[in-house]
Design a protein. Sequence first.
Lengths: 234, 320
Amino acid sequence: MDGDSAHSMEAEREMTRLWRTFRTVYELLADRGYEVSDNELLLPLEDFRAKYADPLGYPDRTKMKIQARPTENMKMKYTALPTKANPNPQPDCGTIYVDFCPDSSGVGTKQVRAFNHLVDENNFHTGIFITQTPISPSAVRLLSGVPGRICEHFQEQDLLVNITRHELVPKHVLLSPEEKAKLLERYRLKESQLPRIQISDPVARYLGLRRGQVVKIIRKSETAGRYASYRWVI
Amino acid sequence: MAQQGPNHPLKTSLPETYAAVNAQQPPPSYLYPTQEEQDRYLAGRPGATQQHLEVALQHAQQIQTQKDAEDAILNRILELIDLPSSPTADPATPSQEDTVKLKYSLAPFRPSDYDNLILERNFEDLCGYALCPRKHRKQATGPRGGFQFKYGPKGSGPGGRGRSVDIVSQDRIEKWCSDACAERALWIRVQLSEKPVWERRAGDTRGTTILLLEEARAKRLKAPAATSSVSSVVDDLQSMGLGNRDRSGELALERGDSSLIRPDGRVDVNIRENQRGPQQVAGAPQLRPEDANGGSIEGYVPRERRGADQDGDIDLLDQI
């Protein structure tokens, strides 16, 4: 019986950890601007357990697949400004797909190839691959090499807590191309004259920023109340 | 200068001449945009010249080469995971076909790429040596990342007594199916070149001539004792055919004098003589009247050379 209870304790622990990751994923989707309902955002642990536990009490990752569509607001932000060559630009965003990898170790090119294939086959615009352990360097290259699609990778422990909710992390807001053009005109800048933020920055990864976009970072300031700065994603 | 043949394009720093010459001679690379595309690009940018575009394209090509090479390496890793072709292959006597494939695929690898291959093979539950079909070792006991004692053969200890003991991390043991395979795989690893493939030169044989451990051992047994008589050195030199004109092109390629993408060289060097007109010929210096006393020093005339009209304010201090 003792071994049994230790077993269930471990299952409970893993379940709770994964529930927190799962909730952060929904928060991430909502922050990026995808359609996410309040029920999904505030999913209680009991419901999560009822839905995704296997008979032994361990989480069943193969069931945990998420799809979300972009909101109108997000589409607007991802639509380039019309030019002469392209007077009617289409938004560069689409359905996102999140997959949890069930393998507990040794995630390499095999799993990533299967994931890439799935994203490609179902015509998802963006894919997020979540694993329990780090993936191999060649798998990272393979994941980023899908033409025309954006595939990202997170580890479960990276999403255990939502870093953007921490009090020391200022609010990052993505600017639409129109807002960016206005900003550059107002300050008479070229975009290369803005301060920069790396694409591998944790918050940039969280928001799924792309090269060339501009984020507005709003900090609290003791002297000025609110202080906004702008960064160019490189 | 302008009469040079089509094989020797005029190398010049004058933008107009450069554009004219390049119009006659399309660049050879398949990656290159056509002249119309280049013109169209330049038309929208008043500050840019053909030369700027050339430099930008040169860099773009280098980056593209690098990306292509990395993609090729990734593809080869994916292919090498599936080796050997038969599940009963013996790593000590690999099939000819697999050996050729392995050697060919490993040519652009760096040791770090090779480590990635080993990692990927282990993820597939295979021994890290690419020609071995067996599973890699797995220690059942203990958590991952532990250490193990590894005992050498009898008589390998200090002073020829007892056994030597190594403390080896478990990951390093678990990469292979056996110590023999570990030796084979690491033997290949030390032959790979550290230089990334896009920086290697044409004559760089390191990394392209890979020997398997078995082949190297057979070769060492067969090789006779080294002879270094004068005649053998002379024979070797003659067989290289240094004076052969046909080979000089190859040698130039080895030195890196020309690349496949830009046969004209990276930088366009032009020697332009200064034009000298007849009026610009400098004459010999002539004596002017004011130079009789030595003249001025950058406009300052020392007191003792000054004329009589300034006699009144001679400083007394100078004469003391």
